[in-house]
Design a protein around this ligand. Sequence first.
Ligand code: SF4
Ligand code: SF4
Length: 416
Amino acid sequence: MSFPAPGPPDIPQVMTDSRGVSRFLAPEDPLAVLAGVLGRPFLDYRRRWDEAKNFVSVPPFPLHVDYEMLPACNLRCPMCLMAGRDKSADSLDIIGNEAEARAGKKAGEKAGEKTGKKAGGNKGFSAKDGLKTPGGQEEEEKEEKEKGRGGDGSEKDKNNPDLKTLSPAAVKTLLDEGAERGQASMGFGGLWEPLLSPHIASLVAHGRQRGLVEAMFNTNGSLLTADVSRDLISAGLTRIMISLDAATKETYKLMRPGSDLGLVEENVREFLALRDRAGSRLPLVRLSFCLTSLNEREWPAFVERWRGKADFFSLQSYGRFSPDSPALFPRQRPVPVPAGICAQPFKRLLVRHDGRVLPCCDLSGLPLELGGMEDGLETVWRGEKLAALRARIRGPEKGLPRCCRECQGKYEPRED
Ligand code: SF4
Ligand code: SF4
């Protein structure tokens, strides 16, 4: 498989990572747009971000924290790096428990609304009938009381006691702590599909009200109903990254079995229309294309299809980095891996669904467990484990953890 040219020459490539794995194209630099809307707090945050990623200084608290609300996805994409590779108790086996119970309940509640095609490879998921973000604090609190709470801030799902999900109350506590200590940005989803959680919009609103500048997440878009979109836009989401990967229904079905291109495209168009109607330039909408042998020919048509509509595009060109990498990726990395340049542990943390804290959102980073959220994020951030990882990342290549040597995902610079 060859790696295609970045895109039509009249859509500039605004950024790439150092190996060309992820490239970003946009008619207008997304960071400039965000600065124009969010003003001085954004510029201050980005100044601190650049200092961290250029190793000028380590901030006293992570500038960005991702919260993985639950470990599930409603699709099973053949190129998914997560499926079958997360060997912890939370792998795809849990699909059909908490997430499906919620989706089924909400789908039932919304059955009277206009019908949509089914999306989601698992029984009962529907993007049109899908999860509705509950607006009410009361409902959340009631739900939390009904659940068994883990002492680590995660909670057990009553449908599956072995499954731990982040409680919205615990995330709000973390957001409060972060807002006091200089955290500027929040993300949701982690390694899974965030819109299976009904709490995202209320958490975005909570964080933004506490003064966090940015809120963002990646999604497959199948559960991005009009209600969810409306809630997210009014909550203050600043960026949404939607994975489409195809320009035709046939290819989309291969890439995202169980979902439907027409339906997800309609969700995206509706999201953009609702944003326009709200008179807002944000959230910025990024459409993503993960290059595989199934879809490589459609990248140019994909860009043409969304030209003038999406705010920016990403093209991800992963290579096969280990024997169990999906065979859909090319055997060779796009370019050799340089050592010592990953800045993720200098600027961000991931809180996983069960409270484990990691230095990055890359699948490769799963072995890099730093502690638990019950320790407090500041303690983890200032702890010995993270200090040692930072030293190894900046040291000679032979000292780099193996998982970092294999990692393709998060080398700087990135658009985030
Ligand atoms: S939507 Fe994303 S997380 Fe879900 S199966 Fe596909 S690639 Fe994996
Ligand atoms: S190199 Fe990859 S696995 Fe290592 S810290 Fe960076 S993002 Fe995580």
